[in-house]
Write a protein that binds this ligand. Structure first.
Ligand code: ATP
Ligand code: MG
Length: 267
């Protein structure tokens, strides 16, 4: 999976990253789904120790173009996991109160506590993406924000948060198919907004904004993974694999009791 990680300091050109890539995985969809089921089971066990140990905090950031598959990834990756220990934070267009504060205010409040996994469905990266593409703030301020965001991530990491960041990479044709599918199926109309078509026209501007985010905010404590996401099963496989590996690396264990349980009998 290492091939999908953005090395800090590298310059990303998304046209060179194939959204259909399935890396070193030998099988196809069927084998992929079997592997995901195994990883889901592992993730469930690891999450329980994380919760019990009450020591580590895990933040998962998901960013993508519209229809990129953030919702689907959350559904598949976290299926079967105890909902008590996982929180999903959705970041929509900021409210008036949020706009009265600095852009990290609403984000910091939602970061994970001890024993918790928090998933950011969109995040403060919108404040250097949509905001930049629509010229809501000048480029000069956007440039400053990359450093602010990196400092914020370092602050979280230094204070015990493990951070995983995933950019779900689809191409423009795939988006067309997915938008069309939403249009064709009345049960998916709630997901479709006419504004999505306007956003789609800004595809090249978004790609450029994403390239800058990926190039400038992949750091040692919080690297980006570019997830090839045209194939949904591979997208989920990458996220599950990285998450399991990261949790395993935390070398967690169930806490022992601080009471003497020797010879205790339940009557
Ligand atoms: P889907 O991908 O399934 O359509 P979604 O995450 O796009 O789901 P929506 O309610 O359709 O959910 O869109 C949320 C909107 O909020 C997006 O258009 C996003 O760009 C916008 N948004 C999020 N954060 C900010 C921000 N900081 N400033 C301005 N707009 C933002
Ligand atoms: Mg949307």
């Amino acid at each position: 999976m290492k091939q999908h990680i953005v090395k800090p300091g590298s310059k990303i050109k998304l046209s060179e990253w194939d959204p259909n890539n399935t890396g070193n995985f030998k099988g196809g969809k069927e084998e992929g789904l079997v592997e995901i089921a195994k990883l889901n089971a592992k993730l469930s066990e690891l999450q329980e120790v994380l919760y019990a140990e009450h020591k580590h905090k895990v933040l998962v950031v998901l960013q993508a173009m519209d229809t990129g598959g953030k919702d689907g990834a959350i559904r598949r990756v976290f299926s079967g996991i105890n909902p008590q220990g996982v929180r999903i934070a959705n970041f929509k267009a900021p409210t008036a109160e949020e706009l009265d504060h600095d852009y990290l205010w609403r984000v910091h409040k939602m970061t994970p506590g001890k024993g918790e996994i928090t998933v950011f469905n969109r995040s403060h990266y919108e404040d250097v993406l949509v905001v930049r593409v629509h010229n809501i703030i000048p480029l000069k301020i956007v440039e400053k924000r990359y450093n602010q965001i990196n400092a914020f991530k370092k602050h979280l990491a230094d204070n015990g948060t493990t951070i995983l960041k995933f950019y779900l990479h689809i191409d423009k044709d795939e988006q067309k198919e997915r938008l069309q599918a939403r249009l064709d199926d009345p049960s998916k109309h709630w997901k479709f907004r006419l504004g999505d078509l306007q956003e789609r026209k800004l595809w090249p501007e978004y790609m450029q904004a994403f390239e800058d985010v990926l190039s400038k905010t992949s750091t040692e404590h919080a690297p980006w993974t570019i997830v090839p996401a045209n194939r949904k099963w591979y997208r989920d496989l990458v996220i599950c694999t990285m998450l399991v590996k990261t949790l395993e690396d935390l070398k967690m264990s169930y806490p022992t009791s601080d009471e003497d349980l020797n010879g205790v009998v339940v009557e």
